[in-house]
Design a protein around this ligand. Structure first.
Ligand SMILES: Nc1ncnc2c1ncn2[C@@H]1O[C@H](COP(=O)(O)OP(=O)(O)O)[C@@H](O)[C@H]1O
Ligand SMILES: [Mg+2]
Length: 317
């Protein structure tokens, strides 16, 4: 019994047992059968995801959120993406809250994310290439759907991309100013200032149309078959919005994206604008700063490699 207790604590760390029990009771009631917790599938910035299985073998993924009010947004973003994307997007069964904890019950994908899946790194080159090709095609399927305006679907929409984005970027720059005196952030702030001053050059060409943006399409949110390494699903959209169709491509060179050749493969397969590298670098740096300002967490594991890519992406400026 103590062993089971320790294991349970380890597996479900962070979420009190009574809450897990209440969530399970609600799942049982919704599906009309008995489920049990099996293991934790993963953890990220907004929550923890667990595998739950019914006595008759139905497996579902349950995401339990750290913060309130993210759940409905994620459900809406998943539902919108599913209509556009050629890659599987998990089906949402229901979203709910117990004892102030939001959770989402969704389709379980038997896959491991492309950042932590060691097999993907060890796979032969042609398998990695095939993976990169499926990612590029999946990403493009979302970006090829034309939307009518730019901006946040919950807020004001704009006819011109930079009318929306420059406002957003300027707010981020202002927010980072408060940290510019601190050694760790000074370099990032200076780089942001440099990019901001060059914005007219970087964004000389306005995007021809707007596209629906997943909001966090990084390798961590791409699930691959644990054995074959094939792409199985895209998960975890975050505050999806309407933007330059090239906005999200920066995710493809962050985390393990470069090693997997995701960005280069996308550029090989699909037409991009002449300034795609410098634009994407701008987007990447500002997106990381925005994440830091809203959560208090600077993802150094992403930011430091980005700083090292400066010459490659904006060397011409
Ligand atoms: N539907 C799912 N099926 C299988 N594994 C999942 C599923 N959803 C999430 N995971 C796993 O849990 C991890 C964290 O989930 P995610 O939704 O990305 O959380 P966060 O929003 O906190 O980043 C993922 O990287 C993945 O490994
Ligand atoms: Mg995630």
């Amino acid at each position: 019994m103590p062993f089971l207790y320790i294991m349970a604590k380890k597996i479900f760390s962070g979420i009190p047992n009574n809450i897990l029990q209440t969530i399970l009771s609600e799942i049982d009631a919704r599906f009309g059968k008995t489920f049990a917790w099996k293991k934790r599938l993963g953890k990220g910035g907004s929550g923890q995801v667990y595998l739950s299985e019914s006595a008759d073998g139905q497996r579902i993924a349950v995401k339990i959120y750290r913060e309130k009010n993210r759940c409905e947004q994620e459900r809406a973003d998943l539902d919108a993406l599913r209509k556009k994307c050629s890659v599987k997007i998990p089906e949402v069964y229901f979203a709910s809250a117990v004892d102030g904890r939001d959770f989402l019950a969704m389709e379980y994908i038997d896959g491991v994310n492309a950042r932590t899946n060691i097999r993907i790194y060890l796979a032969p080159k042609e398998k990695r290439k095939a993976f990169a090709e499926s990612v590029a095609k999946g990403v493009n399927s979302i970006l090829a759907v034309r939307e009518s305006k730019f901006g946040d679907p919950k807020g004001e929409l704009y006819d011109k991309w930079t009318d929306y984005y420059f406002r957003r970027a300027e707010k981020i720059l202002d927010g980072m100013k408060a940290y510019s005196g601190k050694f760790a952030y000074r370099r990032i702030y200076r780089l942001m200032l440099f990019l901001w001053e060059k914005r007219e050059v970087i964004f000389a060409e306005e995007p021809p149309y707007s596209a629906f943006i997943h909001g966090d399409l990084c390798p961590m949110n791409m699930l691959a078959d644990p054995k074959k390494g094939e792409l199985k699903a895209f998960i975890d959209p975050f505050d999806a919005f309407y933007a330059d169709p090239e906005y999200e491509l920066f995710q493809l060179f962050c985390q393990s994206g470069d090693f997997l050749g995701l960005y280069e493969e996308y550029k090989r397969l699909f037409p991009v604008t002449a300034d795609v590298d410098q634009k994407c670098y701008f987007y990447a740096i500002f997106a990381e700063a925005e994440y830091f300002l809203s959560t208090g967490r600077m993802l150094w594991g992403v930011v430091l490699p980005l700083l090292a890519k400066k010459r490659r992406f904006i060397g011409k400026l």
